[in-house]
Design a protein around this ligand. Structure first.
Ligand SMILES: [Zn+2]
Length: 614
């Protein structure tokens, strides 16, 4: 075989002006970094602050009218240096008002004029004057305060409210009509007040997700006795509610690493699971969580087990109907996912004590609760479960603002299954499936820069591309650029820096590039701030070979040469070869029959021009 030689001619990069590759902070955010609230080291600044609240809630599900009725006392703590003259309460269910701002059309005749009825609202015992001191946006109630909340002070808010779920309508929450009810976004919740925007007054529009402070929750949920009630946090009074046989199995599951069938299908034939009485009140506590959800389920199976981690035991359970074809595996898959995420990727102990997966139908994460549909394949069951459980880390641990920067959590949740399948050595169609979704939008007019604020992305394909598809590759490429070891070290640092806090994209960028390396800043600018897509090609012009970067993406790649008799040679090129040019000349010696340009993830909108045959 004849030897093949490959020479890659790189443009000299001796004069890289590092100033060209600084991370540019938008004008409105400069004060946040200059004042010491945030910092360019990747960690929060010395003056970083965030507000929080203690929620004590009594809520009842009146099943036959699909009514949720509650009373709450909120202690809200102002840790900011600002005097708060107004207070914003999010009333998310008002997204189903006739005149609400929504990304989806709904038949008006089934909607309410005003979904959330506030029966009582007081602040520090003084009734709120609705007529003169409140205003509304689509899903917010803005209260002008008689007495401003001073820095370091707290207020007590008391609210009584109710709303009726709409029959047949489920958006992430609702009555699924088969005895499964998922109740989320159900209580008047103090919006986030932060150093970046002040009050978060963005409306919930059924698409863009959430932004939450880290609060404490003490919640009593009353439901008809034939329901078992799962919720965020840990059940406090199982022995008052469950019949002794089920209480025994529940206690077993709290210790067992093997799945315990707390309620199985034989039990359902025999009759009830809870003690005599018409209703029961289930008491849950979550001492630190960004939100609270609960799910009453009737005639449902209940599996549970405990994952033992270095720092804690985690109770993992699944609740589903007997007719579910796949959920009998979910408690075990979710436990495996928690173990994997704690020890593998991201390699940080799961931050909470509980995780419940309800087979309702939404593919939606809540803190310590997931509302998932049944899916069509084994691979989907694993990838969906891993994705939703990964949200416990992002955004329920690293508390990002999904209403402005949804990619900051979805990208991580999207790549978690990639690493999970890798760790199991499973060949799956997960990556081809993700590639296919990426190709639909990449390089089209619908592609907008990842840094486009999420609340500006109302067109679903544009939102999907900028939030899920492209940013997932951003993380994989950043790992390639930094090297696995450095990437993992900085990922752990990210949790140290921003666990239970509110990083914004610039904090993420600094965290993963604390040395302000111009190569990494260049990568950030190209990948996150510009539209660029994966499209390399190899061409021969005037007898000269070159690789052309048609899509402008900072893409690492491999050059493969195939010669006579199957001789092969290959060379890997890092992404930074594209820093100063979009064309790289190649010189080959020997009898080359074929040149192939590819990358590790086979990411390229047009593979046809990646191959040249002579
Ligand atoms: Zn997600």
């Amino acid at each position: 075989m004849k030897k093949l030689l490959l020479f890659v001619i790189l443009v000299s990069c001796t004069i890289v002006l590092t100033a060209q590759h600084d991370l540019i902070i938008p004008r409105n955010l400069l004060p946040n970094y200059e004042s010491g609230i945030r910092s360019t080291t990747g960690a929060p600044g010395p003056k970083y602050w965030q507000n929080h609240a203690d929620y004590s809630i009594d809520v009842e599900l009146i099943a036959d009218t699909r009514t949720v009725k509650g009373k709450e006392t909120i202690l809200y703590y102002n840790e900011s240096p600002d005097t708060l003259k107004e207070l914003v309460l999010a009333l998310y269910q008002n997204v189903l008002n006739k005149d609400a701002k929504r990304v989806r059309a709904l038949p008006k005749e089934i909607l309410h004029d005003n979904t959330v009825n506030i029966e009582h609202l007081s602040i520090d015992k003084a009734l709120v004057d609705f007529e003169n001191k409140t205003s509304r946006t689509s899903t917010n109630l803005i209260i002008e305060l008689d007495k401003p909340i001073l820095p370091g002070a707290k207020v007590e808010i008391e609210a009584h409210w109710n709303y009726q779920m709409i029959k047949g309508l489920q958006f992430r929450t609702g009555d699924y009509g088969n005895g499964v009810v998922f109740v989320g976004y159900f209580y008047p919740k103090v919006a986030v007040y932060d150093d970046v925007d002040g009050w978060d007054k963005k409306d919930y529009n059924l698409l863009h997700e959430f932004y939450s402070d880290f609060n404490s929750y003490d919640v009593r949920i009353t439901a008809p006795a034939e329901y078992i009630v799962s919720a965020t946090g840990r059940l406090q009074n199982s022995k008052d509610i469950l019949l002794p046989e089920f209480e025994k199995r529940f206690q077993q599951a709290l210790k067992s690493e093997k799945v315990v069938h707390i309620v199985d299908s034989l039990d359902l034939q025999k009759g009830r699971v809870t003690k005599p009485g018409e209703k029961h009140t289930w008491h849950y506590k979550a001492p630190l969580a960004p939100d609270f959800a609960f799910s009453p389920c009737k005639d449902a199976l209940w599996d549970g087990s405990t994952v033992k981690l270095k720092s804690k035991d985690v109770f993992v359970d699944a609740v589903y109907k007997k007719s579910s074809w796949d959920f009998f595996q979910v408690a075990e898959v979710a436990a495996g996912a928690i173990k994997y995420m704690s020890e593998g990727f991201p390699g940080v102990d799961y931050p909470y004590t509980d995780m419940t997966i309800i087979n309702a139908g939404a593919a939606m994460e809540f803190p310590m609760m997931v509302n998932d549909p049944s899916v069509s394949s084994e691979r989907s069951l694993h990838s969906l479960t891993v994705h939703e459980v990964a949200h416990t880390y992002f955004p329920f641990y690293i508390g990002t603002n999904e209403r402005k920067y949804a990619w900051m959590d979805e990208a991580w949740a999207n790549v978690a299954p990639v690493f999970y399948f890798e760790s199991k050595d499973w060949e799956t169609d997960y990556i081809p499936y993700k590639l296919e979704r990426y190709y639909r939008i990449a390089g089209t007019q619908t592609e907008l820069p990842i840094m486009t604020l999420t609340n500006y992305l109302e067109y679903y394909p544009a939102y999907r591309h900028a939030t899920y598809s492209k940013p997932s590759y951003g993380l994989l490429f950043l790992r390639d650029l930094l090297g696995e070891e450095v990437f993992e070290e900085r990922l752990k640092k990210y949790f140290d820096n921003w666990g239970f806090k509110h990083p914004i994209p610039y904090d993420f960028f600094y965290n993963f590039n604390p040395d302000n390396d111009p190569v990494v800043n260049w990568f950030y600018r190209k990948f996150y701030f510009e539209t660029c897509y994966a499209d390399l090609s190899v061409v021969k012009e005037d007898g000269k070979l070159k690789v052309v970067n048609k899509g402008g993406m900072p893409l690492a790649f491999e050059i493969h040469l195939i010669g006579e008799g199957g001789a092969r040679t290959q060379q890997s090129m890092p992404a930074q070869v594209w820093m100063e040019t979009d064309e790289i000349p190649l010189e080959v010696k020997g009898s080359v029959k074929k040149v192939i340009i590819k990358n590790q993830w086979d990411l390229d909108v047009n593979m046809d021009d990646n191959v040249l045959t002579f």
